[in-house]
Design a binder for this molecule. Sequence first.
Ligand code: ATP
Length: 199
Amino acid sequence: MQLKTLEISGFKSFADKTTIQFNHGITGIVGPNGSGKSNITEAIRWALGEQSAKNLRGGKMPDIIFAGSNARKPLNRAEVSLTFDNQDHQLKSDYDEVNVSRVLYRDGTSTFYLNQKSCRLRDIVNLFMDSGLGRESFSIISQGKIAAIFNSKPAQRRGIIEEAAGVVKYKQRKKEADNQLTETAANLNRVSDIISELA
Ligand code: ATP
């Protein structure tokens, strides 16, 4: 799996559609302070399903939409699209190329797309879970993150190790199974109540 292309449009400082190609090897992005380098990594994290505006240095999610400049009016829509080479099928998809897009309007309406078909946030999160590139993975280390890891509590640090070890997926499934069990137990109770009423 390899991130091949990033397309940004209306996201933070990227008012115009901007396409960045990632070839094999290392790609470095350089620019003066405030030119939008961090916005690029934030765009990737956002498209992967980041739900916290704070993690994207904003107050609320629509803050990520281009807010205007001296020369340009604000925009009403942000879109980020990621294209992955998936020939090794590391992402659990039948496709050799996987495209993930996220669109947000200023009124808060937001949609995710998987290979151009609208999907749920959950589909995106599941697709990238334990792939090493989820929204909470450690493939994106932002400024201040290293210090935060050092200063984190043991339970939080355990979470970091679990994500790296690939057990998060199983913890999530266990939680879902536990919820189903609780629901089923409640249903059984209801049924036995009805049976005793009828008896
Ligand atoms: P540094 O090297 O100092 O870390 P950087 O190149 O990483 O800087 P960023 O932090 O990515 O730069 O970008 C900051 C710029 O993005 C600022 O000029 C800020 O005004 C602009 N910006 C952030 N949000 C928006 C928005 N919603 N609309 C327009 N511009 C925005």
